[in-house]
Design a protein around this ligand. Structure first.
Ligand SMILES: Cc1cc2nc3c(=O)[nH]c(=O)nc-3n(C[C@H](O)[C@H](O)[C@H](O)COP(=O)(O)OP(=O)(O)OC[C@H]3O[C@@H](n4cnc5c(N)ncnc54)[C@H](O)[C@@H]3O)c2cc1C
Length: 440
């Protein structure tokens, strides 16, 4: 309950804000709230780590899934973990890493629920090897608004299975799920890090991605001209960790106590920060073994860092463009850096060839770029619309989990299986995002 109370009217980007009619706690998977009697639309909500409005349902009700927080079973021989949908990835890591098991796909924060990870079919730094989260889900149970409960798997209710993976919480409430974990030698990541001077050098480095489990680059979104796209490239593999295993349930000691003044993150402060980050990284590949949490979740080190963007909040723009359109990536970075709108370090990565696990899955082959932009009203919305146009022309897509404003026209272009999905959506489930993008 605690987690949802903080985020019920807000998502991680704190834009937009929504008022909900009520929050219905879900505590027992055997006795979920009867949805037949609820007049307004409903939407599952868990940790609220989605940035925009896909986890909000303005004018409707939220189903707080965080109370579904129990582990159910673990098959040690097959690595199959069954747990309720509100269990967080942090809780799974805390239990499983000491036993030599790891989650097959991890996002940039550990405070994400299993249900949320399925509903956005999240991806990690190993998409080129492992595909998305949904590819490792072997089954789940779905509660529909009719009260019907359906076990879904690749060979059981397969249409609903494919629609629910990446289905944005619109096909029903996931009560529990079964995931296939992977074996690891320890709690470390053998990491290599190097700075690179421009986008061309990133393309060269990422051409070797297949040799490593995890790869990602932090990109300086303010760099222009011959420095466009410069950044710090990282890659890594699982390794033994000498010393203590990290404790993922530990809360950070650093905390942003209140909304920062919105002027704090301006072009000047961010340029200084970005330059320092770049210069501080090694010129040639340097290898160290680090605890896995430092490699995967650097932002989790500061509690409430999303408040740094001030009271108006921020948006994260994440898109993917096909590999044969590198000029689109260049154009996106140019637009962002010349817009003068505060965007600090972005994330750049090459997605692999894995087929999409769900009908509305975002990951697809190509380069994905994620950029934080402080929300400044129309100026920001205009910039994002220009970015959408570049992505549309390149045949790419924008990530719904991070979105708060894409048009219905863009959504249709980015997600060609929309009509097949609509046939599986639950008529009583809806979200602020869905009402916008599914408008005729
Ligand atoms: C710092 C940070 C880094 C991130 N890095 C990544 C990344 O690397 N890769 C990536 O893909 N994403 C990333 N994300 C986004 C995040 O992984 C997703 O938004 C994720 O879905 C959030 O899960 P949640 O538990 O917070 O769900 P919420 O945000 O509360 O909800 C997300 C969606 O899941 C649905 N949902 C939740 N529970 C259920 C349920 N039980 N049944 C059915 N539907 C449900 C909701 O209706 C909603 O549509 C990041 C987010 C942050 C804040």
């Amino acid at each position: 309950m605690d987690r949802v109370r903080h985020t019920a009217g807000l998502s991680w980007g704190r834009y937009p804000r929504a008022t909900h009619t009520r929050i219905l706690p879900v505590t027992w998977r055997s006795d979920p709230p009867p949805l037949e009697g609820v007049r307004e639309t409903v939407l599952p909500h868990a940790c609220g780590r989605s940035y925009g409005d896909s986890c909000l349902n303005a004018g409707g009700a939220l189903l707080d899934a965080t109370g579904l927080d129990r582990f159910i079973s673990f098959d040690q021989a097959a690595g199959l973990l069954r747990c309720e949908a509100g269990v967080t990835l942090a809780e799974i890591l805390a239990l499983m890493v000491p036993r030599g098991w790891f989650l097959p796909v991890l996002p940039g924060t550990r405070w994400v629920s299993v249900g949320g990870a399925i509903a956005n079919d999240i991806h990690g730094k190993n998409h080129h090897r492992a595909g998305s989260f949904g590819a490792h889900v072997t089954a789940f149970e779905l509660l529909r608004s009719s009260g019907e409960r359906l076990v879904c798997a690749p060979d059981r209710n397969p249409e609903l299975f494919r629609a629910t993976i990446g289905g944005l919480g619109l096909t029903g409430l996931i009560l529990w799920a079964e995931l296939r974990l992977v074996r690891v030698p320890g709690a470390g990541i053998a990491m290599e890090r190097v700075r690179y001077p421009a986008l061309g050098a990133f393309f060269e480095l990422s051409a070797q991605d297949a040799e490593y489990e995890y790869t990602v680059a932090w990109v300086d979104c303010l760099a222009r001209g011959r420095r466009l796209g410069r950044g710090v490239y990282m890659r890594g593999d699982h390794a033994e960790l000498p010393g203590a295993t990290p404790s993922p349930l530990r809360r950070p000691t650093l905390r942003v106590p209140a909304d920062a003044p919105s002027l704090l993150l301006n072009r000047w402060t961010l340029s200084v920060f970005n330059a320092a980050y770049y210069v501080g990284a090694p010129r040639t590949l340097r290898r160290t073994v680090v605890p896995y949490d430092r490699f995967f979740f650097p932002l989790d080190g500061v509690d409430g860092w999303n408040r740094l963007y001030g009271p108006r909040g921020f948006v994260q723009y994440q898109c993917v463009v096909p590999e044969d359109h590198p000029e689109a990536l260049r154009a996106l970075l140019e637009r962002v850096s010349h817009s003068g709108q505060a965007a600090g370090l972005g994330v750049l990565k090459r997605f692999g060839q894995a087929p999409p696990a769900g009908l509305l899955s975002f990951p697809r082959p190509g380069f994905t770029l994620a950029v934080d932009i402080a929300f400044r009203g129309e100026r920001t919305l205009d910039l994002l619309e220009v970015l959408d146009t570049i992505v549309r022309h390149a045949g790419g897509a924008v990530y719904p989990a991070k979105d708060a404003r894409m048009s219905a026209e863009s959504f249709r272009a980015f997600f060609p299986h929309l009509e097949a999905f609509r046939a599986q959506a639950d008529p009583r489930f809806s979200s602020s995002f869905w009402r916008r993008v599914s408008a005729a």
